[in-house]
Design a protein around this ligand. Sequence first.
Ligand SMILES: [Zn+2]
Length: 255
Amino acid sequence: MPAEIRLFRCLSDNYGVLLRDSETGATASIDAPEAGPIEAALKDTGWTLTDILVTHHHADHTQGIQALKDKYKCRVVAPEGEKGKIPAVDETVREGNTVKVGRLAADVLETPGHTLGHIAYWFHADKLAFVGDTLFSIGCGRVIEGTPEQMWNSLKKLRDLPDDTQIYCGHEYTLSNIKFALSVDKNNPALTARKAQALRQVEDGEPTIPVTIGEEKLANPFLRADLTELAVDIGMAGKPPADVFTEIRARKNKF
Ligand SMILES: [Zn+2]
């Protein structure tokens, strides 16, 4: 497979990700939470940064951009809806656009909710999706700028990706997400199994991502708001899925 990936930690709980096209050597950083760890990963791999693909404007995803741009003269691609809030943008993209990293090609998916202009990058041929702070393993981002209904629709869009798509998200939140998920979906064997797996991964000092969409569909309550059993379990039988999602998200905020 021509796509190579390096995953590493930035700040307190952010993930940095480098994606490289092994045919051309083109290398993208997905977001830029912190320049130092990204530069260290580039040095370690011997890869040369050519692009930064930004998912949304929050500082913990963008504050490394300017330093990297100054050093590598890389191209900065950002969501059209947030261009004014992101430094050093060269190119803006929206739903349906294609972004290339060397010969690797991503479809841009607009996933509003966490922020209004949030986008994800789906490299369909490589079965990879970089989803920022929209979807986390066993969780989802806080609905800060959009409405819960927008967020639910964005999550459904990601849920519709092929089951074997590997998901890279912006933060390591899996264990705390699982703790919450068990409070709304405690009889789910896929969730219990995921807990055992994540505990092992964290104990071994390994990341709990990537995960596949297929795995998340079975265990992430925020992708399961339209399932009867989940609605029943939280006392919302017969309610519209967007309302069930809104309730689960509200509970998570208070958890
Ligand atoms: Zn964010």
